[in-house]
Design a protein around this ligand. Structure first.
Ligand code: SF4
Length: 331
């Protein structure tokens, strides 16, 4: 992936080109705006052509989208769109294998080798740890990897997952690095449409019904899990456990918790109902307590960033966070 200065030069060039209203760049920006608009209206927008990894333009389209997201500036909407792009990219990854898959990995910044005899993929240790540091799940922990002299051995499915999550991580970092002022200057002529999308995105966030609990006081990790669930993103097992036990402890009802899970991709009412009932103590008789920050952190499920409460020295538990924030608000 490119550094932010290089991306910025590319975007500036594109925005100069769009002065030709019939040019290619102008057309693709409108396609991206329409993709964003559909997402802000809660539709599962197609966007397949724009973000198809087999097409040359995907990278440029991704950068433009991230600049526009920076202008729209609604965090949960940014996440929603990033996950949607990820899913589209993942579909195109499924059609790649062997050398084409390792070349794709290489081109986005995960150096990889494909062995034509064994049909396995090899990544150097440092590249693996860098690419997988924020992917949850034991199959991405270094301790469970199989090595040989060429590096860490991976299957096709694992490589696809590594690329997919690496792209999510990169997209998040690029949005962080973009200067909002500069982005607004570049895309000034689209501000009217972007303001409409922003209003729809904000409406979507506030319409998130979570019962009588105080969503504003949730710690970043819980907000992240809920946003993932609502946006149809699979949550790792520990994340689900943490979210259900947390919501139960703060007084959310079982059917409200079930409702949050209804959008996750592998949702099964029967299985989810059983798991939720188990965690909240209806089956087991034990009301589970959410894991500590330390546990979430070591499983790459902490999303504290620069949150001041999370960064305070005594922050050890998501429930403590909730109590502190709620108390401060009610003062
Ligand atoms: S520090 Fe604790 S409460 Fe804050 S995001 Fe991380 S795990 Fe959650």
């Amino acid at each position: 992936m490119k550094a932010i200065d290089e991306i910025d030069r590319e975007i500036r060039k594109i925005t100069v080109e769009v002065s030709d209203p019939f040019g290619d760049s102008s057309e693709s920006i409108w396609e991206i705006i329409s993709f964003l608009r559909e997402n802000s209206e809660g539709k599962k927008s197609e966007g397949k052509i724009i973000f198809d990894l087999r097409k040359r333009e995907w990278e440029k389209n991704m950068y433009v989208t991230l600049y526009l997201l920076k202008i729209i500036d609604v965090d949960s909407f940014t996440s929603r769109v990033i996950y949607r792009i990820r899913d589209i990219m993942e579909d195109s990854l499924y059609s790649m294998e062997g050398e084409s898959l390792s070349i794709e990995a290489d081109s986005i910044g995960i150096p990889m080798e494909f062995d034509t005899k064994s049909h396995l993929y090899f990544t150097r240790l440092q590249n693996f740890t860098r690419s997988c540091s924020r992917i949850s799940g034991s199959q991405f922990r270094l301790v469970y990897q199989v090595f040989d002299q060429k590096g860490i051995i991976s299957s096709k499915n694992k490589v696809q997952k590594i690329i997919r999550e690496f792209l999510v991580q990169e997209m998040r970092e690029i949005v962080e690095d973009i200067d909002g002022e500069v982005a607004r200057r570049y895309f000034e002529s689209y501000m009217h449409d972007l303001s409409d999308i922003r209003a729809a995105a904000e409406k979507m966030v506030t319409s998130m019904d979570l019962g009588s609990v105080d969503v504003d006081s949730f710690p970043p990790c819980m907000k992240h899990f809920i946003s993932d669930a609502k946006n149809g993103v699979n949550i790792p097992h520990l994340g689900r456990f943490a979210m259900v036990s947390f919501l139960n402890k703060i007084g959310m009802k079982e059917d409200e918790i079930m409702n949050i899970f209804s959008s996750v991709p592998d949702f099964s009412k029967k299985v989810t109902e059983y798991q939720v009932k188990h965690i909240i103590g209806e089956i087991s008789g034990i009301k589970y307590v959410p894991p500590k920050c330390e546990t979430l952190r070591s499983n790459h499920l902490c999303y504290m960033d620069d949150d001041p409460i999370c960064n305070s020295p005594n922050m050890k538990h998501p429930l403590t966070y909730y109590k502190i924030k709620k108390t401060r608000k009610n003062k």
